[in-house]
Design a protein around this ligand. Structure first.
Ligand code: NAP
Ligand code: G4F
Length: 338
């Protein structure tokens, strides 16, 4: 039985990856940080919380990382833990950098010094491409990050590559484009929209959003965690872009959700009204970022060829699934996603 340690087990990807690895008969160890209580709601919705062995690990504490790895001796480590909200990184650049950059160094140092045979996955991001220098973006596209988050992840990416080349570690960096699901954090725009529109439908509460003009390449988290696992099953460690290759404007994501909910609407600029002239969505300038990433669209040809990876979900099926679960949640129906 293979042993995997997943940091960020309480997050969206941690949950989907844990589900995948359990289905492949792994023993799954989940690293969680003990702050204001444990956030197992995702793992509980999936019905897998009781199959995971939890450990207290904060990425900013090198000793607890080392102690956990000593105890578990995992075959694979998936480092998904991060301060992952781009917007917050402008207000909390130091916490972002400590966790997303030095936290990765803390893990890599234990691997290089004590367990160089452990396979390591680093959760890198299309945010590193930022103000893009070519379209679509692939593994050789120059990084031009536009936020403290993007900068912190670029550091961790280069560190992962450097440790692989310097110490011959099996260390991979997955450059993942945006991926969503019904268990996406409520602060991210797709989930904020699906949740907000269902709430508007039931209470009339207006949804406030920021910039709807940017484009993202949105995939489904379930497809994307499969690529993480595939990277660690290859003969050689490498870096891969994971994306769907389709771009959609935030405004069009809003349209898809409104249509799915059968709401009649008109746009006035970036604001949305219903057929009686009531506001559904208003713009809040405070939600604009000091620097925006206007366009992301990935070229995952390398992953398709070398990993034999293909996304199974489309954006339309993702929207349908997110809205369906959001409606169930609103009605407080029991949701078992598996
Ligand atoms: P998420 O839902 O925000 O989960 C982040 C996880 O990191 C949570 O479990 C969080 O724990 C944990 N964490 C934060 N700070 C920590 C610390 N100091 N020590 C230990 N754990 C800490 O993120 P996600 O969407 O699953 O993304 C997973 C990873 O992929 C992240 O590294 C993200 O930056 C990266 N990524 C995501 C996307 C995407 O579109 N989803 C795309 C590219 C890359 P708490 O529950 O305690 O907060
Ligand atoms: O959903 P978002 O916050 O995702 P963003 O910034 O693209 O970052 C996500 O994807 C990255 C991969 O490219 C990950 F690395 C990262 O961890 C995270 O998962 O924002 C998407 C777009 C942005 O252009 C933003 O300005 O939506 C726009 N937006 C408009 N109104 C909003 C809002 N975003 C949020 N979160 N909230 C709004 O009210």
């Amino acid at each position: 039985m293979k042993k995997a340690l997943i940091t960020g087990i309480t997050g969206q990807d941690g949950c989907y990856l844990a589900k995948l690895l359990l289905s492949k008969n792994y023993k799954v160890y989940g690293a969680q940080r003990r702050n204001t209580g444990f956030k197992h709601w995702r793992l509980e919705e999936f019905g897998i919380a009781n199959q995971i062995k939890f450990l207290d690990i904060d990425l900013n504490e090198p000793y607890n990382i080392e102690k956990a790895i000593n105890n578990i001796l995992p075959d694979e480590i998936y480092n998904l833990a991060a301060m992952s909200f781009v917007s917050l990184s402008f207000d909390q650049p130091q916490v972002t950098t400590l966790t997303n950059s030095l936290g990765v160094l803390n893990i890599l140092e234990v691997i290089r010094n004590k367990y160089p045979e452990i396979k390591f996955y680093q959760a890198s991001t299309s945010e590193m491409f930022g103000k893009v220098t070519e379209t679509p973006q692939n593994e050789t596209t120059r990084f031009y990050p536009r936020s403290p988050y993007g900068c912190s992840k670029a550091f961790a990416h280069y560190l992962t590559v450097n440790y692989r080349e310097s110490y011959n570690l099996f260390a991979c960096s997955g450059i993942l484009f945006n991926h969503e699901s019904p268990i996406r954090g409520e602060e991210f725009v797709t989930r904020k929209i699906t949740k907000g529109l269902v709430e508007w439908l039931n209470t009339g509460k207006i949804l406030e959003l920021g910039n709807l003009d940017s484009y993202r390449d949105w995939g489904h988290a379930q497809d994307f965690v499969k690529a993480m696992w595939l990277m660690l099953q290859q003969d050689e460690a490498d870096d891969y872009v994971i994306s769907t290759g389709t771009k959609t404007q935030v405004k069009d994501f809003v349209r898809k959700c409104l249509d799915e909910l059968n709401i009649k609407y008109t746009f006035e600029g970036n604001e949305v009204l219903d057929d009686k002239g009531n506001y559904i969505i208003k713009t809040n300038p405070k939600l604009y970022r000091p620097a925006e990433v206007d366009l992301l669209i990935g070229d995952s040809t390398k992953a398709q060829k070398k990993l034999n990876w293909q996304p199974k979900h489309s954006l339309d099926s993702l929207v349908k699934e997110m809205i369906k679960i959001e409606l169930k949640r609103y009605e407080k129906k029991n949701i078992f996603l598996i």
